[in-house]
Ligand binder design. Structure first.
Ligand code: ZN
Length: 298
């Protein structure tokens, strides 16, 4: 049995990005803990914050319970209770401010986050830590990424690429590039990807089109490590459970999928299609088969 610990910036990110993978891990008898960082303070004097996050945590618990059909599935949720960007600082009034603000402008929360996540890892001691890569550039996602990048976690570490942001062609490459990573191994050329015009993604499209190389990058080198793309292939029933779990985030459906609860399943299925979920692994841990670095690196 492997003990996985996923870090979720918000109440939905892990299920949106890795829901089917988690369903497959639970079915294999592995243990999964999902730690949501910016999950709101339920004791806040701000009545709106307490009400909103009470409802969102209930949705989250429901969503996770839908990922497994087995009564003895080993999962748990942990909420660190930090306020997400618009609730903690008035500078985050627009989505542009949220995606464009540097993490250095949020030093205090960054330090607090590092301290809390560090303590939590000491207690939980997972075999594998899975962290958001920061695709989409939401400041809260980048703060979680930075915390892990500077914590020097010694165990096995992976990154998931955030959905739905990662559906925009070039968005993942853009994130790696902004970290100063350089591509090493390319796959075959990608066809122009078709994806529904969900308004949530519209802002990213323009930026990602600036990436002229729309090829599939399989390996990046960053901070002296090689990160390999590792596509995960859950079964159809596991993907179906992911769909039902995502649809359980009722308060988010309009913003994410331009959809009401009645049509959510169809909207999610259309966007997600059969695109595999992806994890990035450090090369010297368990490289995916069929990828050879040596020839490409010369
Ligand atoms: Zn998020």
């Amino acid at each position: 049995m492997t003990r996985y610990l996923y870090l979720s910036p918000h109440l939905d990110d892990v299920i949106l990005s890795a829901g089917a993978t988690i369903a497959s891990r639970l079915e294999a008898g592995d243990e999964v803990a999902i730690v949501t960082v910016f999950s709101g303070n339920l004791d806040s004097s701000n009545a709106e914050e307490a009400a909103v996050y009470g409802e969102r945590r209930a949705e989250d618990k429901k969503a996770i319970s839908l990922l497994s059909t087995q009564s003895g599935a080993l999962y748990k949720t942990i909420y660190l209770g930090l306020a997400d960007a618009p609730f903690r600082d008035s500078k985050y009034t627009s989505f542009e401010a949220i995606v464009n603000s540097p993490v250095s402008g949020d030093d205090e929360i960054g330090e607090s986050l590092k301290c809390r996540v560090g303590k939590m890892l000491e207690i939980e001691r997972p075999d594998v830590l899975v962290t958001p890569l920061g695709v989409g550039r939401h400041v809260d996602h980048r703060l979680v990424f930075e915390a892990i990048a500077t914590l020097a976690w010694q165990g096995e570490s992976r990154f998931y690429q955030e959905r739905p942001y990662a559906f925009v062609p070039g968005a993942v490459d853009l994130r790696w590039s902004s970290l100063g990573a350089r591509p090493i191994a390319f796959g075959t050329a990608l066809p122009a990807q078709e994806y529904p015009e969900v308004s949530f993604l519209a802002g990213y499209r323009k930026e990602s089109e600036m990436c002229t190389e729309v090829r599939e990058v399989l390996v990046w080198r960053w901070n002296n490590n090689a990160y390999c793309k590792y596509p995960v292939a859950p079964s159809k029933p596991q993907r179906r459970r992911r769909l039902l779990a995502i649809a359980a985030y009722k308060s988010q459906l309009a913003a994410l999928f331009d959809s009401e609860a009645e049509t959510a399943e169809e909207a999610i299925a259309q966007l997600y299609g059969s695109c595999p979920e992806v994890e990035w692994q450090i090369h010297n841990q368990s490289p995916p088969t069929g990828i050879s670095l040596s020839a490409k690196e010369k």
